[in-house]
Design a protein around this ligand. Structure first.
Ligand SMILES: [Zn+2]
Length: 138
């Protein structure tokens, strides 16, 4: 096997790169909000980590994390070339995710991190998490 990724995987990776992370998963999230009657979200507010969605009044920040870039514990498979580069990159992203989450929480935000695969697998559970965060918000 000379190719690192299957054709399908490669096209997924390329679309992630083109979409700068999350275009398709963000689209799916918006659909889910719509279906679940979740309103009042905003995009890309100037907050630490630039959350994908924020609910300002409730102080809830939502991140939709692509499994590849954020090193999902279930799905991430390290590429077999440029091993060091990818390791540094993905480890760095994970560290930043943790730092951003801490930073937001320390200023009173509730943070919901939604993994791409979970959003695909169980959108209902994701909607429930968002609802819960919005409800318990101050
Ligand atoms: Zn995943």
């Amino acid at each position: 096997m000379t190719d690192i990724w299957s054709v399908q995987k490669r096209s997924e990776v390329m679309s992630l790169i083109r979409g700068k992370g999350n275009r398709t998963t963000e689209g799916r999230m918006i659909e889910l909000f719509r279906e679940s009657g979740i309103k009042g979200w905003r995009r890309h507010q100037p907050l630490p980590g630039r959350p994908d969605f924020t609910f300002r009044r409730e102080k809830v920040a939502i991140f939709v994390d692509g499994c590849f870039w954020h090193g999902c514990p279930d799905c991430y498979r390290a590429p077999k070339s440029n091993v060091e580069f990818w390791k540094r990159k993905v480890d760095g992203n994970r560290r930043r995710d943790r730092r951003v989450t801490r930073q937001l929480r320390s200023t009173g935000w509730s943070v919901v991190r939604v993994r791409e695969c979970v959003l695909k697998r169980s959108p209902v559970a994701v909607a429930r998490r968002v609802w819960r965060a919005l409800r318990v918000a101050p």
